[in-house]
Design a protein around this ligand. Structure first.
Ligand SMILES: NC(=O)c1ccc[n+]([C@@H]2O[C@H](COP(=O)([O-])OP(=O)(O)OC[C@H]3O[C@@H](n4cnc5c(N)ncnc54)[C@H](OP(=O)(O)O)[C@@H]3O)[C@@H](O)[C@H]2O)c1
Length: 383
């Protein structure tokens, strides 16, 4: 039995991870479940069904009232999350929480040589340098769950990096692909949360609408595959059937295709190198809509270029980009700022950022807090 710690079990990726685990109960045992505490009824149901050894509630005040089966222990806060991620019985840690919250837990689990099935892109966007030096120098492994990175990971297997010319990340383009900037100025949270293809948590859904999600993925790909940003390209592909492509120096392109369903990359990361049943309906290519591709429009979606810019700046600049975006998206969802000001907040924080070196996790966490404060001050002024 492979023991699994699932952080973010009540979220979109977390719930789908449990669906995949449910298909393989003879193979996987849930060691720990973790969430923030926003959906305690769901967490209670999951605890009853999977009977984990540990339950972690990020916000201690939310943990009151949970009823635990005999033998299950309740933990809270970041310390509890780290304990769950480093539990001796957990071989795989699924990082499916949102934001940089899980960075310390991922870091400690890698130090203990665990496999991280990484959905949480903010971990690499903010902590890429620190996390990848641990992966390269230790026995832990990182298997991407983000569908684009899972696609690239699969296409790269068996190929020498010297043969790779470019990585192509595909993007659905989100719900506002064809809107003018003027039309986008009136976008409400309800409109931004209605993604045409993927059903995801609110933060990543807004990031998809601004194309910041793709910017974060460029940074994630840079760290994961040691690829210079100038060799990482973005392609709008609204049907989301091709999940990403690798272009080789001989002109060949390898693509990974499949239904737009996160259970496929989740099953891949849990079973790697074996392929497991994921529960998805097979894709009937004869019934697929025509596959189309176009270049992203960086004028209407400036956050994508800002992500590249943060990589050029180096040091803690991507930490600042990510933190400012987290704060701005939250403010938009709380109707404090309009949609188009998300990009303005991120741009202003990044333009004023003095990027320091990253020598360890502390530098990342400090820079994250500092950029959050700057973004909050800016939003207060804008309000
Ligand atoms: N959804 C997708 O299809 C998809 C695809 C690729 C990558 N990703 C990435 O995967 C991550 C999760 O996305 P999602 O869409 O599943 O998000 P989501 O639906 O919003 O779920 C987030 C999960 O994280 C937990 N959480 C939030 N803040 C926390 C905190 N401070 N402490 C502990 N737990 C916390 C939530 O707990 P509560 O329920 O208690 O609030 C929930 O379980 C993100 O980084 C996203 O970018 C998602």
């Amino acid at each position: 039995m492979t023991g699994i710690t699932l952080l973010g079990s009540t979220g979109s990726v977390g719930r789908q991870t449990l669906e995949v685990i449910d298909l393989h109960r003879d193979r996987f045992q849930v060691v720990a479940l973790g969430a923030w505490g926003g959906h305690m009824d769901l967490l209670q149901e999951q605890v009853n069904r999977f009977q984990p050894l540990l339950v972690v509630v990020g916000e201690p005040s939310k943990a009151k009232g949970i009823s635990l089966p005999p033998g299950t222990q309740l933990l809270t806060g970041i310390e509890g999350t780290v304990e769950a991620a480093t539990h001796p019985k957990a071989k795989v840690v699924v990082a499916a929480m949102v934001g940089v919250y899980g960075l310390t837990a991922v870091y400690e689990a890698l130090r203990m040589g665990k496999r991280i099935a990484l959905a949480n892109k903010e971990t690499l966007v903010a902590g890429g340098q620190v996390i990848m030096s641990l992966v390269k120098g230790g026995s832990g492994e990182l298997i991407p769950v983000d569908s684009e990175h899972s696609a690239l990971f699969q296409c790269l297997i068996g190929h020498s990096r010297e043969d790779v010319k470019r990585l192509w990340l595909t993007a659905s383009g989100g719900p506002f692909l064809d809107l003018s900037s003027e039309e986008m100025s009136g976008v409400t949270p309800e409109m931004a949360l209605a993604h045409p293809v993927w059903h995801m948590g609110p933060k990543i859904t807004v990031d998809s609408a601004t194309l910041m999600n793709k910017g974060l993925e460029v940074i994630e790909a840079h760290w994961l595959f040691s690829m210079d940003p100038s060799h990482i390209k973005v392609l709008i592909h609204p049907q989301s059937i091709i999940h990403s492509l690798v272009e080789f120096k001989d002109g060949a392109l390898l693509a990974q295709m499949g239904p737009p369903d996160m259970r496929v990359p989740i099953a891949y990361a849990l079973g790697f190198p074996e392929r497991l049943k994921s529960g998805v309906k097979p894709l009937d290519l004869t019934r697929c809509p025509p596959l189309t591709f176009q270049a992203p429009d960086s004028k209407r979606f400036p956050l994508l270029d800002l992500a590249y810019e943060s990589l050029r700046m180096g040091g803690t600049a991507s930490v600042a980009l990510n933190a400012a975006n987290e704060v701005a998206v939250e403010a938009f969802l709380q109707r404090k700022i309009p949609f188009l000001q998300i990009a303005r907040v991120v741009e202003e924080v990044l333009r004023g950022w003095r990027s320091g070196p990253v020598n360890g996790l502390d530098d990342v966490l400090k820079a994250h807090k500092k950029a959050q404060t700057l973004a909050r001050e800016l939003i207060k002024r804008l309000c």
